[in-house]
Design a protein around this ligand. Sequence first.
Ligand code: TXA
Ligand code: MG
Length: 324
Amino acid sequence: MSTIGTDIAKAGEYLRQGEVVAIPTETVYGLAANALNPAAVANIFEAKNRPTFDPLILHVPSLAAASDYVTEISETAKLLADAFWPGPLTLLLPKKTLIPDLVTAGLPTVAVRVPAHPLTLALLNALDFPLAAPSANPFGYISPTTPQHVAAQLGSRVPYILDGGPCQIGIESTIISLEGNRPTVLRLGGLSVEAIEAVIGPVVSTLHSSSNPLAPGMLNSHYAPGKPLYLIDEPGIQGVLPEPDVAYLLFARRKGQAAAPNRFFLSESGDFKEAAQRLFGTLRQLDAGPWREIRAELLPERDLGRAINDRLRRAAHRENEPQP
Ligand code: TXA
Ligand code: MG
């Protein structure tokens, strides 16, 4: 079983030996290994049961450190990094050859970000290599936002979990590609498209590439709980009395909406940030609860609502299964 603690030196020891360590970030917990050591990186794929065509994110302590691993940082990339690093933004940049192909699944670009968590930044600063880290969950399952989430699924696979408390953002980073004419959002995440556009102007979104192995984070079925999750339309929620063996996951409490043991709100007050923070933990709670299925409503399509909806849609995806 894994040890949970705050010992950066111990985490560093494991990592230097080529082992995996779970690390806190502001988005979700990551399963980290020495990105420059292919054998260490292979341990990540094995622990997660992740297909090797799905590339990993490189975590570095600063923009300056990033330049050691990429051949070029464009003006647009610099603008974004200056505005949002450390933070929930991942940039695709042309990789140097010292980054193993296993990290990038053979792609010429590497995904890079500077995570905004003091423990992990201290760890990165203490190491002389960057950390490759996907989310610390079995492939396809709900991402972890506490050390306990990591231990529950990967406890037998990870010797050490660095405890940074619950994640402040709660959903993964926004991934943006700077190849081509226009910056392109490949994954909606903890940094809103509106915030990005305020810095660099209009961006394109390519989010429905379900079967596109170049962007596997966009796989249709992802972030999925074990029991069926169905999306419901807003109008049905207030009028119909919920079935007791179904859990209802709603965004905000509507005026006069009665409390019920099977009715859950991501944010009583309708705050996007709080909803994002609570999303994965609540999904886990409902997955473990006594309900036969989960019915979730979508949020307004703006700000972090878009990224949350993206997660809910992928969690709900059940091909060839009847919808209620
Ligand atoms: O917030 C986050 O991004 C978290 C924390 C731990 O940093 N990490 C995370 O990693 O969500 P992961 O592996 O679950 O998702 C990374 C996504 C993958 O879906 C992968 O397809 C995409 O990034 N990706 C990585 N490198 C890429 C590349 N060169 N081109 C296109 N997509 C890439
Ligand atoms: Mg993931």
